[in-house]
Design a protein around this ligand. Structure first.
Ligand SMILES: Cc1ncc(COP(=O)(O)O)c(C=O)c1O
Length: 436
């Protein structure tokens, strides 16, 4: 019998049975080349692959592992939930407690409905917005990713940007005819659109801060502008906090910036952190809109595993650890790691734009600040690929794409940060050799 031991062997085996060898495209390393690592263990800030290598983890499962891997508090709660069964397909206390926790952190979420992925959460929010307004048009921003539902898979970020695809075959013109795409941070384009078609627009959806084309902070006042213009035209404002929800602050992006800038969306979508690494996501909003959902109302939405007891337990146990102290630690770690890397790139004379939004950050290999998706596409992705592989070889795991945010966790140590800083110096030199 053949034994499969290395990541390479596993990946060759995977490609024979799973398209591209992966369950989600960006994991395949297609844009950076090489073989994805097959991870088998995580603890705190570290992950280990089947080859026996240890890495400091700056991916964090693309966001959920905010307190680090296999945190003892989360682990013990999940273990005891699992002993009582994995699923009932019936209501349970876990979902009620988690919904209450979300509502306590974001009071505008008077009602919360759980689903299993961010894609489903956004799909539901869009359906609700259309039903609530009796309008069809949805406005999204180029480079923002809201999951892979048909109507939103237009000029998306994340894997679509990583693979350089404009769109996806299989999505028909009919499915996207009611989606209008506008450049991010472009207030004039949006004003003009609302002047022309405001009465047809059901909702504007945005990532709270785009982080799926790399991190592109909204210009000051942008989200407030979205809130005001949608109100004026009786459209809804959907804030996609799948990435930022409860990662940026105790109340997510809205809790930090919405409160400060005095704006509140009509609907929120959450995912990632609220499941603590389990498949869980949610849509939340005012009772008036959310009660349109079946069975209270007639907008249909359902899921066999929605509100799963193990997933809601993992999410609640994770959120219990997400206090002011954790967010202040995440902000400091993001500053330390981001600056150390930016300094290494500067010292090696690698042109780059280090961009931060809360504790999310990323590096564009371009000299100019990136304000939208067109700017993001200007970067030198081949220099990023060299930088990425050098970091990986030195035991630092970062997203295998120049179009993704990096994630810090509360488990990072001073020693980890030193290791990252040291590795970044070598990686920056190698990226410089590649770009010169
Ligand atoms: C902002 C945003 N919305 C939606 C999604 C889709 O979530 P999921 O991958 O759980 O379907 C993502 C995933 O990265 C995301 O970042």
């Amino acid at each position: 019998m053949t034994t499969f031991e290395t990541s390479l062997q596993w990946h060759n085996r995977a490609k024979r049975i799973i398209p591209g060898g992966v369950s989600s495209p960006v994991r395949a390393f297609q844009s950076v080349g090489g073989t994805p690592r097959y991870f088998v263990k995580g603890e705190g800030s570290k992950v280990w692959d089947v080859d026996g290598n240890e890495y400091v983890d700056l991916v964090g499962s693309w966001g959920p592992m905010i307190v680090g891997h296999a945190h003892p508090h989360v682990l013990s709660r999940v273990k005891s939930a699992m002993e009582k069964s994995f699923s009932f397909g019936a209501p349970g206390p876990g979902e009620v407690l988690l919904a209450e926790e979300i509502s306590a952190r974001v009071p505008a979420c008077e009602r919360v409905r759980f689903v299993s992925s961010g894609t489903e959460a956004v799909m539901t929010a869009v359906r609700l917005a259309r039903a609530a307004t009796s309008r069809n048009l949805i406005v999204k921003f180029a480079g923002c990713y809201h999951g892979h539902s048909d109507s939103l898979l237009v000029q998306s970020g994340s894997g679509i940007a990583t693979l350089g695809l404009p769109n996806s075959p299989g999505v028909t013109p009919g499915q996207t005819q009611d989606t209008i795409v506008v450049p991010f941070n472009d207030l004039n384009a949006l004003t003009q659109l609302f002047d022309e078609r405001g009465s047809e627009i059901a909702a504007v959806i945005t990532e709270a801060t785009p982080a799926n084309m790399g991190v592109v902070p909204p210009v000051p006042g942008f989200n407030k502008f979205l809130s005001d213009i949608t109100k004026k035209h009786h459209s809804l404002f959907i804030l996609d906090e799948v990435m930022t929800g409860f990662r940026i602050s105790q109340g997510g992006w809205w809790g930090k910036f919405g409160l400060e800038e005095d704006w509140t969306p009509d609907l929120f979508t959450f995912g990632k952190v609220i499941g603590g690494g389990m498949p869980l996501a949610a849509v939340g909003g005012s009772a008036a809109v959310m009660e349109l959902l079946a069975p209270s109302g007639t907008v249909y939405q359902a899921g066999t595993l929605s509100g799963n007891p193990v997933a809601t337990t993992a999410g609640l146990a994770t959120l219990e650890l997400c206090d002011a102290e954790l967010y202040s630690a995440l902000d400091s770690r993001a500053r330390e790691v981001g600056s150390a890397i930016s300094e290494a790139l500067t010292a090696a004379e690698v042109e780059h734009s280090f961009q931060q939004a809360g504790n999310l950050f990323s590096f564009f290999f371009t000299p100019n600040h990136v304000n939208n998706f067109d700017d993001a596409k200007e970067q030198d992705t081949s220099a990023f690929a060299v930088f990425f592989h050098s970091l990986l070889e030195q035991g630092i795991s970062v997203p295998p794409s120049a179009f993704e945010a990096w994630f810090v966790s509360g488990a990072l140590t001073d020693e980890d940060v030193e290791k990252i800083a040291k590795a970044a110096k070598v990686a920056a030199q190698q990226a410089k050799l590649r770009s010169s």
